[in-house]
Design a protein around this ligand. Structure first.
Ligand SMILES: CC(C)(COP(=O)(O)OP(=O)(O)OC[C@H]1O[C@@H](n2cnc3c(N)ncnc32)[C@H](O)[C@@H]1OP(=O)(O)O)[C@@H](O)C(=O)NCCC(=O)NCCSC(=O)CCCC(=O)O
Ligand SMILES: Cc1cc2nc3c(=O)[nH]c(=O)nc-3n(C[C@H](O)[C@H](O)[C@H](O)COP(=O)(O)OP(=O)(O)OC[C@H]3O[C@@H](n4cnc5c(N)ncnc54)[C@H](O)[C@@H]3O)c2cc1C
Length: 642
């Protein structure tokens, strides 16, 4: 099963080998539990481990393999981030996709050797979503052949970029490029921020940390201002766009090609989210098979809480989602790598499809991951609320994904633009022009669902039902939009008035893609036992998801009430079937105890003894009488006694 999750037997084996090596290297373990550290201590601890990793990486992993590097980071540095998180996630990808060969030769080897640390500075205090209204400017000075970076006012300060505050000395900075008073829109520039020797900010640069956040606090998200700060012309990333010495602008082959670093993260973050969801579920499911509370049959001893149907219903559909996200994520990464290769050689025809797909997936996956992790926390009762479970930290980090890399509602609306265009093709009889991801919009569906009506239909009738509701909602929302415009409403106003309905279409379309990716994967599996276990999970997935969106299929009679009863029964049937496999389905992800960082989710199940140990090691317990008591509470009580 690990081979299915991680893509191949070799990958799964390598992960295991890497974890085993790390287990033997105490210098790479947390020196004490992270929740007992201050933010400064955590950052220090992370930097300590990061430098050891840089030294010893070659002994543990193949450093040229991104998957091995990712695993190493997750295990040693953990999900709260690290001082170089954005270096790997965005800085290097931005240079790889947007710098010319010559620029790459100059900067990439230095970045890869970790001679310099970089980040991606785009968002500002006043604008994150609406890139067209970013305020930082890069004005071309023809006389010196330099760009002058400037922050005209407070709202133009770069705000949020990870590791910008304290760790990075370089950044890819996005600024409006102005040449001879003409604004060419946001473009990426390579910018040195700090002196390479002293790490002091360079003159003309204001820089710092934005303060603690809900989670992810090892990352020094930062602010950055420029005061007429000069960089050479050749620091504009010039793979796709060029500015000649005389100020001549050569435009890119696609207007949005500069957004590729964002698409990179959106494509790769899906599996990251799946891992966080599976981690939280691993903790909650293991604990649920240790925790005994109450009886189902009063004549019997107390049961493991995992025996309760409500507990299974709380956890198992999310297990299915974690697998589904992992499989959909793997497909998306493959597609991204393909499109990137095409883009580098000038073919940009697939960019719109990839943008639409990743926009929808990023939104649905992060939202449902957050839901699943929060349920996992509640499923652990009181102990779930303790940092000893570590679930709250996983939750805090995961839901950052609902916001960063494009706010979820906004990204769903990006997919909706693509769906509406596709709907227009269907309406004008040009269905043959639909791309493969939306081809179903042009296919006539049966009048009613055949779920439960055709024996041995496998998952086909489910997929058709998802297609039906997605198609119907897309066409309905598009009709609403076109209808308003026909009545004379301005395009943008009409769009806003339909946006809730449009986003519903985007979610349904994305959920269909996720279901299909799961079906595709299960169909490919040869090992009969693995196929059986995943088929059960897929049954739970399709029935649970369909029940969740059933109103869309009920309102036009595509599904009947009796079919809905059947679907509900299937959910209950598969909860029971999955129960014996539940812990294994999560243990198959092979997270080590070092990586999970959870007392509650320990592999050995020895929870109570270790919770007590954990509590005793709380810094508050170093002394029996705290100074808060001697200084305030004791005098208060004494005064009251007088
Ligand atoms: C919402 C948009 C997409 C709108 O962009 P815009 O230029 O104003 O768009 P517009 O003029 O309205 O035109 C829309 C049009 O542009 C297309 N488009 C947009 N993006 C892409 C793309 N990547 N590939 C291909 N096409 C793209 C859209 O499909 C639209 O096409 P259409 O007009 O419908 O044919 C954009 O502003 C955006 O992406 N905003 C989100 C900002 C964001 O994601 N920031 C991320 C900062 S980095 C970060 O958060 C890192 C965190 C990582 C971590 O900590 O781990
Ligand atoms: C943990 C974290 C890490 C980050 N890392 C980086 C980084 O490394 N580099 C970087 O540059 N940035 C980074 N960011 C910034 C992040 O990318 C932005 O916060 C994000 O893109 C959302 O933009 P915003 O903050 O402007 O939200 P806003 O756009 O202000 O969103 C507020 C509300 O307005 C709504 N809204 C906005 N526009 C529209 C619209 N057109 N239609 C409908 N509704 C709309 C949104 O849906 C939302 O409900 C990070 C953010 C976080 C939280």
């Amino acid at each position: 099963m690990a081979a299915q999750i991680w893509g191949s037997e070799k990958r799964a084996r390598r992960r295991r080998e890497i974890s085993a090596k790390i287990a033997q290297m105490p210098e790479l373990h947390d020196s004490k539990p992270l929740p007992f550290m201050t933010r400064e201590e955590k950052i220090m601890e992370s930097a300590r481990k990061l430098t050891i990793l840089t030294e010893k990486m070659g002994q543990i992993i193949d450093p040229t393999d991104p998957a091995e590097l990712y695993h190493l980071n997750n295990e040693v540095l953990g999900l709260e981030g690290n001082p170089m998180a954005l270096h790997g996630v965005m800085f290097i990808p931005a240079l790889s996709a947007q710098a010319s060969d010559e620029q790459q030769a100059k900067w990439l080897p230095r970045a890869l050797r970790r001679e310099i640390i970089g980040t991606y500075a785009q968002t500002e205090l006043g604008h994150g979503t609406n890139l067209q209204n970013l305020e930082t400017t890069a004005t071309y000075d023809l006389a010196t052949q330099e760009f002058v970076l400037h922050t005209p006012q407070i709202t133009a300060l770069k705000w949020w970029p990870g590791n910008l505050g304290k760790s990075s000395n370089y950044a890819v900075v996005v600024a409006h490029m102005i040449i001879k008073a003409k604004n060419y829109g946001p473009h990426p520039f390579m910018v040195q921020l700090r002196d390479e020797k002293t790490h002091e900010p360079l003159p003309g640069i204001t820089i710092g940390d934005i303060g603690p956040k809900m989670a992810y606090n090892i990352v020094d998200n930062g602010f950055l201002g420029f005061n007429k700060y000069r960089i050479p012309r050749t620091n504009l990333l010039m793979r796709h766009t060029k500015v000649e010495a005389d100020g001549t602008y050569i435009k890119p082959p696609h207007a949005k090609i500069n957004y590729s670093a964002m698409v990179h993260v959106r494509a790769y973050m899906l599996t990251g989210q799946a891992i966080m969801l599976a981690s939280a579920l691993n903790i909650a499911t293991r604990y649920s098979s240790v925790r005994r509370q109450g009886q189902i049959d009063k004549s019997q001893p107390e049961v493991k809480v995992l025996e309760y149907q409500t507990q299974q219903h709380r956890l198992f559909p999310s297990i299915a989602r974690a697998y589904a996200f992992q499989f959909a994520g793997a497909e998306t990464v493959k597609l991204y790598e393909h499109v990137l290769k095409e883009m580098k050689s000038g073919n940009v025809s697939l960019m719109a499809d990839l943008h639409a797909l990743t926009s929808g997936l990023k939104s649905v996956v992060t939202y449902q991951t957050g839901e699943g992790i929060e349920q996992a926390r509640m499923a652990c009762g009181g102990h779930g609320y303790s940092m000893a479970s570590y679930i709250s930290e996983i939750y805090g980090v995961a839901i950052g994904g609902c916001t960063y890399e494009g706010e979820n509602m906004v990204m769903l609306l990006q997919l909706a633009r693509y769906l509406v265009k596709s709907a227009a093709l269907v309406k004008s009889g040009q269905s043959s022009k639909l791309g493969p991801l939306v081809a179903y919009l042009g296919v006539k569906s049966e009048p009613t669902s055949l779920i439960d009506r055709i024996p041995n239909s496998g998952f086909t009738e489910y997929v058709k039902t998802f297609q039906h509701v997605s198609k119907r909602q897309t066409l309905k929302a598009a009709d609403m939009f076109f209808g308003l415009m026909e009545k004379g409403e301005k395009r943008e106003i009409a769009w806003n008035k339909c946006s809730v309905e449009l986003n519903r279409a985007s979610r349904l379309h994305t959920r269909l893609f996720i279901v299909e990716a799961f079906v595709r994967r299960v169909n490919e599996i040869a090992d009969i036992r693995i196929k059986e276990a995943l088929t059960d999970l897929l049954h739970l997935h399709v029935n649970y998801e369909l029940l969740d969106i059933a109103s869309y299929a009920l309102e036009d009679g595509f599904l009947s009430a009796s079919q809905l009863d059947y679907i509900r029964d299937q959910v209950y049937l598969y909860l029971g079937k999955i129960r014996p496999n539940a812990v294994s389905l999560l243990d198959s992800w092979e997270f080590s105890d070092i990586e999970l960082r959870s007392v509650l989710g320990r592999r050995d199940g020895n929870v109570y003894e270790n919770l007590f140990k954990w509590a005793k090691s709380s810094p508050l317990n170093k002394t029996d009488v705290l100074s808060s008591v001697t200084q305030y509470l004791k005098p208060m009580m004494e005064k009251a006694r007088l």
